[in-house]
Design a protein around this ligand. Structure first.
Ligand code: ADP
Ligand code: MG
Ligand code: MG
Length: 208
């Protein structure tokens, strides 16, 4: 990935988040405090403003800027979690590294580990982890069977969508939705949904 393409990837994410702002907020209205889309849109607007004002020197420092911007602007539970994900992904990249599927796999693993360490959620808790873990496994399996970057991302995106569907069937054990206990069953987790939207945006980016 060249300097400019982190920006293109983030542009793709920012516009997908913006397009789904009300959708994510509506999901959060059902089992949370109706701000997930607003939080995410504010964060990714700030990310684009940051990347437009100064071109990052390389992928690693660019991801660090993205992470710090998300942490300081998204707020809520999701801000520090997404921030940690991008921070850890950035730390996996060495100076001069170009993005390739194998590097992307280790970035993905580091990002998911970061979310899990920070949020202490595991699969089945009805959080973004329910989209992230299956997406990571699908990415890894597809890479191992010889898939290229778009194929890995497509498999990850589809697995994330299944994870999103799964969140409808379980009660929340972490985050605000956990206050509802069993009453959260039947509702789709907003954070798992934004993971799916982000992976779809990355796929759109990779297919260009
Ligand atoms: P808040 O709940 O503080 O308003 P958001 O609405 O922006 O924050 O984000 C809510 C989402 O954050 C949830 O749908 C869930 O996916 C995710 N989330 C909350 N707590 C955790 C956690 N401990 N681990 C992983 N994800 C979490
Ligand atoms: Mg919320
Ligand atoms: Mg909130």
């Amino acid at each position: 990935m060249m300097k400019g393409s982190l920006k293109s990837a983030m542009e793709e994410i920012a516009s997908a988040i913006k397009a789904n702002k009300d959708y994510l907020t509506d999901l959060d209205r059902e089992i949370g405090d109706a701000d997930h889309g607003i939080n995410m849109a504010r964060g990714f607007d700030a990310v684009m403003a940051k990347l437009n004002s100064a071109e990052p020197a390389d992928l690693s420092s660019g991801l660090r800027q993205v992470a710090l911007t998300l942490i300081s602007t998204v707020g809520g539970a999701s801000g520090p979690l997404y921030g940690t994900a991008f921070l850890r992904a950035g730390k996996t990249v060495r100076q001069g590294d170009m993005l390739n599927p194998k590097l992307a796999l280790s970035m993905f693993r580091a990002a998911v580990d970061g979310v899990e360490e920070r949020g202490k959620a595991e699969e089945g808790d009805k959080t973004m982890v329910d989209a992230l873990e299956p997406a990571y496994r699908a990415f890894e399996d597809t890479l191992k069977s010889g898939g290229d970057f778009p194929e890995c991302l497509e498999a990850a995106r589809d697995a994330a969508k299944k994870g999103v569907e799964y969140t409808k069937t379980i009660p929340a054990k972490k985050g605000r939705a956990s206050y509802l206990g069993e009453r959260s069953i039947g509702h789709q987790d907003p954070g798992a949904t934004s993971v799916w939207i982000i992976l779809n945006a990355l796929l759109q980016y990779a297919q260009k």
